[in-house]
Design a protein around this ligand. Structure first.
Ligand SMILES: NC(=O)c1ccc[n+]([C@@H]2O[C@H](COP(=O)([O-])OP(=O)(O)OC[C@H]3O[C@@H](n4cnc5c(N)ncnc54)[C@H](OP(=O)(O)O)[C@@H]3O)[C@@H](O)[C@H]2O)c1
Length: 290
């Protein structure tokens, strides 16, 4: 695998640093980004090759990694990838998508003699930058075994959950857990402020106890500083929650808390926070800007 030609498509908040880790680990990396200037910027920081179309990017690749936006973006770019990649190539999608899209791509890839893994990630932009992502994988065990050393270049844990689509299902479960924690933290910091207790004291005292969370450790400071211009966009979490609702409805499972939080995000989107980090949830209580 160390000699593999790796292509990375989608140099966004997540893809840019992930591709960087691969280059730093010594892999031969070809990058493609729809907005070419981002790929040009990437090449000022890392060594690799620039491709100006998805087809050109993937034609000689052994492993193709993608991290784009939503289901439609994935469908669009994989149409091009599947038409130009060679048989035997392994495709790994880090985008958060529906399980249906993942299963469809797995089958299309198989029909062309390629392997496909749905491999959504958790850990945020900082996790990508620090190479400590959690990767949840769906697909064939042998395909996973072939590329796991590559994934471990930027992950602290990559785990095969089960067959195609199961990585995406675990990611849905992850989203339910994290936004519940974020809503709790938003309410807690707002009550603390109203009680004149410094939010930093709240975090110092509580973070190692039962109320501690990744959100508390990684987001409370920026929430208190009113900084939201980074990270995981509100648009993306609403995309993910729509996928969760669809899946839950099929199975007859209720998600009452998640539904309420999604309404708060809808409101924040309408207030202009569509590209803000999801921790902007605390602004639901910000009466001055309403
Ligand atoms: N940010 C996070 O903390 C985080 C954490 C876990 C998972 N995720 C998931 O990871 C994915 C990417 O998130 P991100 O934050 O990196 O998003 P982002 O910063 O908005 O980047 C999206 C990337 O995808 C490209 N893209 C989008 N649609 C495309 C299309 N139709 N064809 C070709 N390229 C396309 C964009 O190209 P342009 O530059 O041309 O726009 C950009 O490079 C999403 O599914 C998100 O839910 C994000």
């Amino acid at each position: 695998m160390s000699q593999a030609n790796i292509t990375f498509l989608g140099l966004g908040a997540m893809g840019y640093p992930i591709a960087g880790h691969l280059a730093k680990a010594g892999y031969k990396v070809t990058v493609y980004n729809r907005t070419i200037s981002k790929a040009e910027q990437w090449l000022t920081e890392y060594s690799g090759t620039l491709a100006t179309s998805p087809e050109d990017a993937v034609k000689d690749a052994d492993i193709i990694l993608t991290c784009v936006g939503n289901d439609n973006d994935v469908r669009e770019i994989y149409k091009k990838i599947l038409s130009a990649a060679k048989a035997g190539t392994i495709l790994v999608d880090h985008t958060t998508t529906s399980a249906i899209v993942a299963r469809g791509l797995y089958q299309q890839a198989k029909d062309k003699g390629m392997g496909f893994l749905d491999a959504p990630v958790s850990g945020g932009q900082a996790g990508a930058e620090n190479g400590v992502l959690t990767i949840m994988v769906g697909g064939d065990q042998t395909t996973f075994d072939t590329v796991s050393s590559v994934l471990n270049t930027y992950a602290k844990a990559s785990t095969r959950i089960g067959e195609a689509g199961q990585g995406q299902v675990l990611k849905m479960i992850n989203q339910l857990c994290f936004i519940g924690a974020l809503q709790g933290l938003s309410e807690a910091l707002t009550l603390a402020k109203a009680e004149d207790i410094d939010g930093r004291t709240v975090v110092d005292v509580l973070q190692h106890g039962a109320a501690g969370s990744w959100q508390m450790v990684n987001r409370s400071e920026t929430m208190m500083n009113n900084e939201f211009d980074f990270g995981f966009a509100v648009d993306w979490v609403r995309k993910d929650l729509a996928i969760c609702f669809e899946e839950a409805e099929k199975l007859g499972v209720e998600l009452p808390l998640t539904k309420q939080i999604d309404e708060r995000y809808k409101d924040l989107q309408e207030r202009g926070y569509a590209r803000a980090d999801t921790s902007v949830l605390i602004k639901q209580f910000d009466k001055e800007t309403r």
